[in-house]
Design a binder for this molecule. Structure first.
Ligand SMILES: [Zn+2]
Ligand SMILES: [Zn+2]
Length: 445
């Protein structure tokens, strides 16, 4: 709905009353108030979630997803721009003077075959960028983030008296390939549109029971580096190894030596992960190939540990090639990297109270940094201090059981990843509304 003078007059009286009421009453009353607003938009949010879950799209191919998001946000009265940095969506709602606050969701799904057995499980297949047919699944919960953002957008558009400033919602493509945030920024995200004063995002996962929200002040997640190591040997007959330099043996030794970086070189207690996710070499059992390729992911929290680990990987890869008699140094490519997301500690502190008021004090917890990574950090590095929250996704009963038995629940990216939708989506919407109203100087401050 456009802001007309009449509309303003019409809502100002109850708005002032609402403001006074909200400031005066207890957190309990605020919880009830937000719950009612969420209940009103929830059926539509749930339908959207199911629809998005059944129609996942791969990174950078989120055309239908983006169109759905854009249509809903336009219908709620937002000024929507599509095609920002590929399939990105930007939706703006101006509501008088005040700060500009950004809320971000991702749009993309993953090449994973869903095995949850849910009635609404994805059966989608698509061609990936190399032309291979792959199953597609929202195995990271981005469908839940989108449904939450759209519902939050609707509530904010219908309660303009509770906030003032500019609300900027973004649907970011290609998070899983760590390329979408960069592309949106390169396409003028913070020049064509207002630059946000602060930013907010959340991520659902089984690390918390549904109903809870986690805040991690400071470092929230890990620095990520994707490395490709090509080892050069000398090919030949499998029956005549003496005439070859076997890159498979060099690769196997390299993989084992790499494991000593974390166990022997990094100071105990510092976070570092070195995973070799693939090892490719050879075509036939009796041929020694002339090269082998290793694919690594490296995760760290601290910049100096990151440097130490990457230096050690280079040293080991080169030294193992030398030890194996390779006549050419291995090629080491850091082809994809992102810095850890840093949660502004002041913001984390400020937003705890409104979150507690909306969700209940016991449902807002302080969480440890996580080891996955995210490209949201590129927005922060543009000068947008942010809070990136953890949203509980686990069925509370299964969560308690898993704590007892020590058997982990499926992580994000698992074919079995299935958030407990009702409590998770409810609390996602409540958390977003509470945080946005606070940042936009609303009554919950
Ligand atoms: Zn993911
Ligand atoms: Zn994700």
């Amino acid at each position: 709905m456009p802001i007309t003078g009449e509309y303003h007059r019409e809502i100002m009286k109850p708005a002032k009353l609402f403001l006074f009421f909200s400031l005066a009453v207890s957190g309990y009353a605020q919880t009830v108030e937000v719950s009612k607003e969420v209940d009103a938009v929830y059926p539509a949010a749930h339908d959207l979630y199911i629809d998005l879950h059944q129609t996942p799209e791969l990174s950078s191919h989120e055309t239908r997803t983006a169109a759905k998001l854009a249509a809903r946000l336009r219908a709620s009265g937002y000024e929507v721009t599509e095609g920002v940095g590929g399939t990105g969506v930007v939706a703006i709602l101006k509501n008088g003077s005040g700060p500009t606050v950004m809320l971000r969701t991702e749009l993309d799904a993953l090449p994973v075959e869903e095995k949850t057995g849910l009635s609404y499980a994805s059966k989608v297949h698509a061609q990936d960028d190399s032309g291979r047919d792959v199953p597609v699944m929202h195995a990271c919960g981005h469908d839940l983030h989108m449904a939450s953002l759209v519902a939050t957008a609707d509530i904010m558009a219908h309660s303009k008296a509770s906030w003032h400033g500019t609300l900027m919602l973004i649907g970011q493509p290609a998070e899983e390939t760590i390329s979408g945030a960069k592309r949106m920024i390169a396409d003028g995200l913070f020049m064509r549109f207002p630059k946000p004063t602060v930013g907010v995002a959340l991520h659902v996962g089984n690390y918390l029971p549904a109903g809870q929200v986690g805040i991690t002040p400071g470092i929230y997640d890990a620095n990520a580096d994707s490395l490709r190591i090509t080892i050069y040997g000398k090919g030949g007959h499998g029956a005549a190894p003496h005439s070859t330099i076997d890159p498979i043996v060099i690769g196997a030794r390299t993989i084992l030596t790499l494991q000593t970086i974390v166990s022997r070189e990094v100071k105990p207690g510092e976070m570092a992960v070195v995973t070799v996710g693939y090892f490719r070499a050879g075509t036939k059992n009796n041929i020694i190939p002339d090269q082998a390729e290793l694919g690594l992911t490296v995760r760290t929290y601290k910049a100096d540990v990151r440097k130490q680990v990457l230096t050690a990987i280079t040293r080991i890869a080169k030294a193992e090639a030398l030890a194996g008699g390779a006549q050419q140094e291995p090629l080491i490519e850091d082809y994809e990297s992102t810095d850890s997301v840093y949660n502004d500690p002041g913001l984390a502190q400020r937003l705890r109270a409104p979150l507690e008021a909306a969700l209940g004090k016991q449902n807002v917890v302080t969480t440890e940094p996580i080891t996955p990574s995210e490209d949201y950090t590129f927005f922060i590095e543009q000068g947008v201090p942010s809070l990136y929250m953890s949203l509980g996704g686990a069925d509370p009963r299964k969560y308690a059981e898993s704590k007892n038995t020590g058997v982990m629940l499926p992580s994000n990216h698992s074919p079995f990843f299935a958030p407990d939708v009702d409590p998770a989506l409810h609390s996602g919407i409540k958390a977003e509304v509470a945080v946005l109203r606070n940042l936009l100087n609303g009554p919950s401050q």
